[in-house]
Structure formats: structure tokens, C-alpha cells
Design a protein around this ligand. Structure first.
Ligand code: G3P
Ligand code: MG
Length: 262
């Protein structure tokens, strides 16, 4: 009896790489996720001043680099002078903010799937979607692991849908990101996901009740849940049919220690 060993690692996505064990959204973090056994990673994409897609969570540089102020004010050359690792640990001194192109090339080598979260800086929504999709088109090999586009930004998802509808670029699957603070209901999520042509919803854990997961499943939508760092919660969500768990701690959630009990 007991809980079946979860169908991992394919149903696990490293959040910002492996954010608990390496500086988030760096190549070192993606390598750490791969070393932990993850098969996918999620990361956040926005633009430099001149419009190059780069991988960084915040609109400002202060928290995750030794720079200051809005990332949108810096050109790529100046961004590349910054240290994106020392804030986390001296072991990661010299890590850089990666471009989306560098990130996709690294993931292809590691064999990792990609969840590109479009996280535009204010006023740059459509431009961010267009630039990120153009890089994905150039840099993601045809036979590489899967790639999913997600965003909280409905206009970014609408732009990605419009680009896909033109029929010139690969129509990457898209997912609607849902924050509990935005007051979503399952019915609203289904309506909006369908309107945007999304294949799935990436739910805040606070929205991921068994009932909501089942309602979304019945509507034909894929379900990922973020950010889940507790293994028992992840096991419960997998049991409830979550397609993927987005976690800062892929090593903990993939803990092989429980296998021996079987
Ligand atoms: O994509 C899931 C999750 O990353 C969304 O929230 O703030 O960590 O980008 P955030
Ligand atoms: Mg994110």
C-alpha cells in the first residue's frame, strides 16, 4: 500500500533553475537542476535597453546582481559586467545574467525542456514576446526537448498567440500563469485560457485545490503548480493529477530515499 512513487522526473520543473541551491536564472542554476535530475526548467525573460531577451526575474538589478536600478536602462554589454552569483554565495562569484539565446543553447546541451516565462518590464510587453519568440525560433533545435511559453501578462500571451497564428514560426504551446492575488476562479481561468489559445494553466499553489485541478483537467487544460518545495505537498498534487510541479528544490522532490520503502 501507500503512495505510489511519483511519475517523476518528467512531471517536475526546476524553478528559475534550481533556485534553492544556486543563484536563480543563471547557467549555474540550470546546470544544478540537471544535476539534481530535473528534465525541465522554468526561467523569466525580459529585455535589455536595446531589446535583447535576457533571463532575470525582477525589473530591477538590486536583488540578484551587484548592479542597481531598472534592468531596462542597461544595454547588454553593461549588463554582462555585473556579477549575478555573489549575492547568493561566494561559490558562484562571476556568474553572469544569461541571454535567452545562451540559456536555450545550454538547455539543449543539457537535454532540458524549457518553460520560458515572459515577464516584460513595464511598457515592453509585445516587444518582449516578439523578441523572445524570435530567439526561440533561431536557437531551439527541431528535435530538442519540449518548450512551453507562459506569462501572467495577458497581453504577452495574446501577442504570442498572434505570432503563432501567422503560421511562420513554431506555434509553441502556451500556458496562462495564475496568481492567487488576482482573484482567479476555475471558470475564469478556463475562459481566459481558451480565449488566448493556451493549452494549460500554471497555478499558484494557493489556487491548486483538488477541485480546481479536476475542473481544469475536465476542461482539457494541462495543470502545473508553483512554487512547491515540500515533498509531501508535491506528492499530494501529483496524486491529484497535477501535470507538473515547479520547484526551487528539484533534488528534494526527486529524493530517491522513499523508493526503498516500496
Ligand atoms: O512560472 C512560475 C513562477 O515562476 C511564477 O512566479 O514570480 O516566480 O516568476 P515568479
Ligand atoms: Mg517565473
Amino acid at each position: 500500500g501507500g503512495i505510489a512513487y511519483p511519475p517523476v522526473p518528467d512531471r517536475l520543473i526546476g524553478h528559475r533553475g534550481a533556485a534553492a541551491s544556486a543563484p536563480e536564472n543563471t547557467l549555474a542554476s540550470f546546470q544544478a537542476a540537471a544535476a539534481a535530475g530535473a528534465r525541465w526548467v522554468e526561467f523569466d525573460v525580459k529585455l535589455t535597453a536595446e531589446g535583447v531577451p535576457i533571463v532575470l526575474h525582477d525589473d530591477t538589478l538590486d536583488r540578484t546582481t551587484n548592479g542597481q536600478g531598472p534592468v531596462a536602462a542597461l544595454c547588454l554589454a553593461d549588463l554582462k559586467d555585473l556579477d549575478a552569483g555573489s549575492w547568493f554565495s561566494a561559490d558562484f562569484a562571476g556568474e553572469r545574467v544569461p541571454t535567452l539565446a545562451e540559456t536555450l543553447d545550454t538547455l539543449a546541451v543539457l537535454g532540458l525542456g524549457a518553460n520560458i516565462e515572459l515577464k516584460p518590464c513595464p511598457g515592453r510587453t509585445a516587444e518582449t514576446a516578439r523578441a523572445a519568440l524570435a530567439v526561440a525560433q533561431r536557437r531551439w533545435p527541431q528535435a530538442a526537448p519540449p518548450l512551453v511559453i507562459s506569462s501572467f501578462d495577458l497581453d504577452a500571451l495574446a501577442e504570442a498567440a498572434a505570432i503563432a497564428a501567422q503560421g511562420v514560426m513554431t506555434p509553441w504551446p502556451r500556458a496562462l500563469l495564475a496568481d492567487a492575488a488576482d482573484g482567479w476562479t476555475a471558470a475564469l481561468l478556463i475562459e481566459r485560457a481558451r480565449a488566448l489559445g493556451c493549452v494549460g494553466v500554471h497555478l499558484d499553489d494557493a489556487l491548486a485545490s483538488a477541485e480546481t485541478l479536476e475542473t481544469l483537467r475536465a476542461a482539457g487544460l494541462r495543470r502545473a503548480v508553483w512554487t512547491v518545495n515540500d515533498r509531501s505537498r508535491a506528492l499530494a498534487l501529483w496524486e491529484q493529477g497535477a501535470d507538473a510541479i515547479i520547484t526551487d528544490r528539484p533534488a528534494s522532490l526527486l529524493d530517491k530515499g522513499d523508493k526503498k520503502a516500496g
